[in-house]
Design a protein around this ligand. Sequence first.
Ligand SMILES: Cc1cc2nc3c(=O)[nH]c(=O)nc-3n(C[C@H](O)[C@H](O)[C@H](O)COP(=O)(O)OP(=O)(O)OC[C@H]3O[C@@H](n4cnc5c(N)ncnc54)[C@H](O)[C@@H]3O)c2cc1C
Length: 457
Amino acid sequence: MFRKVAIIGGGAAAATLVSELLERRTTQPLHLYWYTGDGSGRGIAYGTRSPHHLLNVRAASMGMFASKPQGFLEYAQAADPTVSGSDFLPRRLYGEYLESRVAQAMAKASASGHEVRQIPFTVDSLVPEPSGVTVGYGDESNQTDAAVLAIGSLPPRSLPGVDADVIASGRYITDPWPFLANAEPDERPLRVLVIGLGLTAVDVLLDLSERWPNATFTALSRHGLLPEAHLSAASAPAGDGAELVEALEDDPNIRMWIARLREATEHADDWRVVTDSLRSVTSKLWTLLPDEQRSRFLRHARWAWERARHRMPPQVAESIAAMEKAGRFLRGRGRMQTVKLADDGSLSVTRVKPGGVKETASFDVVVQTVGLNTDTLRTEHPLVRQLVTNGHARPEALGLGFAAQANGALLDGDGKPRPNLFAIGTLLRGALWESTAMPEIRVQARNLADTLLRDQG
Ligand SMILES: Cc1cc2nc3c(=O)[nH]c(=O)nc-3n(C[C@H](O)[C@H](O)[C@H](O)COP(=O)(O)OP(=O)(O)OC[C@H]3O[C@@H](n4cnc5c(N)ncnc54)[C@H](O)[C@@H]3O)c2cc1C
């Protein structure tokens, strides 16, 4: 087993792995060095204070430990017995749950001889060698046996076509989360454009429409479609989906998979039942797809899968529908081509509509919400750049994080798995595809804890 382990990241994935490790009985005490950067264990998703930001996964599925998927539900019910497993609870409450479980695991750990040092620093460099990993932060460095990157997704980059003076104006928002955390109330009749229409766009719309009561919103995406909504009650899979999974496994081909899914949907009470029945096997199915089929999926089917997989709670869908009905929110199809600063100070946005027609409109604020950045080759993230530039880790071929094994071991420049450098979470998308939400992260944390604590022989 690795006795000295560095865990890098201040979000839910790091918190889950630390707690999972501390809960284990080991033959020798563990020394964990937890570099939390600017996070507190809640990360972006659960650091919100807004009561409107709801979990998009039901309470019964949000437990932090793979061995106790109902853990969050029990926590919530201890404070409010009326909470049900099918509820979508505030993300703020989930942040409290994470913190309380970490505190519990830490208290237990000292009793079993484990040591955890929480280091509120950003790690700048990792140098893996056969004897261990050197962790560099500021002017300090530390020698550990192994290191785990739990750094979430990469900082978003502005889309091509946005002029430098637009960025300098401060009214083109590339990263919505710090912006939402600090956006002041404003009574002006602002015209806001949101680029992208996933769950982040939905959060932005709900949040800003309240803080900016006289603003109007337009959202632009390739298909102009919102994420699908969850049913109000949990939809139980009709069977175990084994037959469908077997058919998909037999022929790993995207066109065939879409046909099979359509067929299964026709026979189900609701299409969500089919999508949900695949959740626990999605990563396994992804590993069966050859690269060329994966890029086909990314080009043609990804948007539809994301809409169906990452759904809005019903009450959120109702709020958005009410905004549309009241004329405060419009959806448009197309691709943003340019954003320029106009003479009157507004942001002039040209989009290309389906069919190639261009249209230009003026906005006061533009918020970019185009999904998670996992491009490790082109990122400015200092630690990721250091790892890639020095050949310690390799970008995944399709831009989906790091090249890695399914157990999280990063591949070196020659494509060999590193024995002591791992990742968990979004940057494993290339290896696992679904690798961002808690139901997947907790399973990764359990498996990674097994790997880290396994007898090295
Ligand atoms: C708005 C939103 C809502 C979501 N809702 C849900 C939901 O309802 N259910 C669900 O299951 N999932 C949800 N998710 C998915 C969510 O991403 C995961 O559940 C989880 O929060 C991911 O945590 P993470 O630790 O991997 O990443 P993050 O939360 O991004 O944390 C990464 C941390 O690492 C730190 N870091 C980066 N680089 C370094 C470094 N060099 N040194 C030290 N620290 C560093 C960062 O500062 C950050 O604190 C949501 C995501 C978002 C963005």
